[in-house]
Design a binder for this molecule. Sequence first.
Ligand code: NAI
Ligand code: MG
Length: 357
Amino acid sequence: MSGPGRSYRIASIPGDGIGIEVIGAALEVLGAAARQSGKYTIEATHIQWGTTFYKETGSYLPKDFQSTLKKYDAVLFGAVGDPDVPDHISLWELLLKMRGGMQLYANIRPIRCFTRPRLDADPSHLDWLFVRENSEGEYAGHGGRSHVGQDWEVATDTNIYTRHGVRRIMRFAFKAASNRPRKYLTVVSKSNALRNGLVLWDEVAAEVSKDFPNVKWDKELVDAMTVRMVQKPWTIDTIVGTNLHIDILSDLAAALAGSIGIASSANLDPDRKSPSVFEPVHGSAFDIMGKGIANPIGAIWAAADMLAWLGEQESADAIMGAIERVCKEEKVTADMGGELNTKQAAAAICEALSATK
Ligand code: NAI
Ligand code: MG
């Protein structure tokens, strides 16, 4: 038998809390998938950026983090956040710096229901693809505070929408919708109240739609979208929205489908100039960190999405098949009603993987 042909260099950044636990699990499954395929190898390099690194060096990321990451084909990230550090510092100094600095403007968050949904719905109706604008909007980082601590203190966060930024995410979303069987896109907005930025958002959506005549699309205001997700889940397929709106809707979707612990997130540079960053949707989960009970499925799904992005679709499909199988057999963690810990849940997925083919 000839040896594997392709080799991928992965930067593994577990970060903080349960990020460390679930990335360990995801790397095990990646190794098992590579061995089973026999067509490629994964060379994962551990990078220790996170709160411990911050406490030691005063920064979450070194100044040259981009040139470091550019040596890799992709990044597998866990989570950032520590009880000792204000959340806005940890998130901005690590994750948002990576997303913004490397222009990972398309954030893809698929959702599927592998077990029982949390509402009276057909599990097959919870099969959605969220596309989140990941570089501007509410998280553009424009704003400030003045007269701090005084009665007339002012604090602002300015939402930024550029025609360029909106156009590129709309094009990405219409294309993503056209690649799915239903070819149906819902543009989430709030252009009744936000009468500048989100009116531009709607206008650009309508312009871009003309280039995708095979995609049906509609518009939903974000508040009504939460109702539609709960009451008419079958009317939804691909969804595009702003940075904040999809941040919220994708957590709701994960909870409806069973648990926040299953959801994955891909921060993509569609131009492939920078490595894309794959991570679970959840954070570092202060309440369960260190206990070894976190659900590893979100991180493992992120690893599968990473393999698909690198061109190893067959392996990605095999991992998703293994996830479906363990969920059917209820070999899952407590958040999904099971009894396994993180390591056991990952081992079950590796076992299901080796049983396929
Ligand atoms: P969180 O996602 O960490 O936790 C929310 C709830 O979901 C908790 O009850 C937690 O136990 C549960 N949960 C999350 N992941 C789970 C898993 N894999 N298995 C089982 N249960 C799971 O969100 P929270 O509590 O708002 O934030 C905690 C810290 O994480 C903060 O510092 C926050 O800024 C940070 N954060 C970081 C993110 C990232 O790095 N991408 C995303 C979200 C939050
Ligand atoms: Mg979030």
